[in-house]
Design a protein around this ligand. Sequence first.
Ligand SMILES: [Zn+2]
Length: 347
Amino acid sequence: MNRRNFLKTATLLSVGTPLFAKNDSRLYIELPKKPFEYYEKKGKQKGGRVLIIGGIHGNEIGAYKAANMLVDTDLKKGEMLIIPRSNFTSILADVRGYNGDMNRKFESISKNDPDYHYVELLKEAILSYKPDVVISMHDGFGFAIENKRAWGQSVVIDELKYKNFELYKEAKFVQENANKYLKRKLAIINTKTFTGTIHKEQKKALTGWCLKHDVKAFCIEASKQLPSIHDKIHTHLVMLREFFKIYNIELDGGIDYLVDNIDKLNRLKKPKITLEINGKKEILTYSKLLKVPSKSEIKVVSIEGQRGDFIVPHGVNLNWRSFHFNNLRFHIKNDYKTLYHIDIKRV
Ligand SMILES: [Zn+2]
């Protein structure tokens, strides 16, 4: 390992003792570890077993918000594992892939890749949960029904049929029924991942990897070009409703409750941040400037609020957990959205 990589790794790994702090008069901060959250649901009645994966691409808000809404409901029938924010770093940055495209890393990934840990956790979840189906949620560009190069508003399959998985048949059922409720209609995209020549890169994607490991998988795509986040979430829930019919999944209270209450169930509130500055607690619930003496050690002890809340330093590598600074703004975010700021200034 060369020195630069070592320092990078050391910064990532350092938790307790600050590096080189003794001769450094700057401030030192330690952020919490980014969570990799997963939620298991089990209904009293027997049904299918579905694994929902959201947020592999960080700027596809409708996808991870819709997955997130499932977390707050119980199941009446069937079983579900929900991983709403597979790529939380990219969600916070509101970019497709902060460390490159995570959905091209399933075939192989370097241990030095900052996404390594998360891709491995996803693979482990898929293989150990052994679902009847994996549904990977995305917001694609444009409208597939109008434009052959667009992915938005579609059900994506890797082949018409793969082994004994009837991918097209199920996609067709979802498309036909969901389209009754959607203003912008869905297309079916067949990437011919294993037989064609155009989308060979799909073998590196999550669904291609699942199929090779004998797990049935689909991608569902809303469009990034729908006018509102509400519309994107709506597209996802309407598609999921049809998949849930196929796999015998029933939500307590019904999925229609989610479809009818998208805005209400996605309301944000400001989280409570607890810092420890040189061992002394400081609680924040709104924007504030903190003046802090040289060499102070700051630790983010807790973030209390909703799923998706986190503290994001402005202009600093988001893979870092600890670093030195003199004067910095921290965005208190829920996913892509800043709810307030904390400015910390060395005096
Ligand atoms: Zn995507």
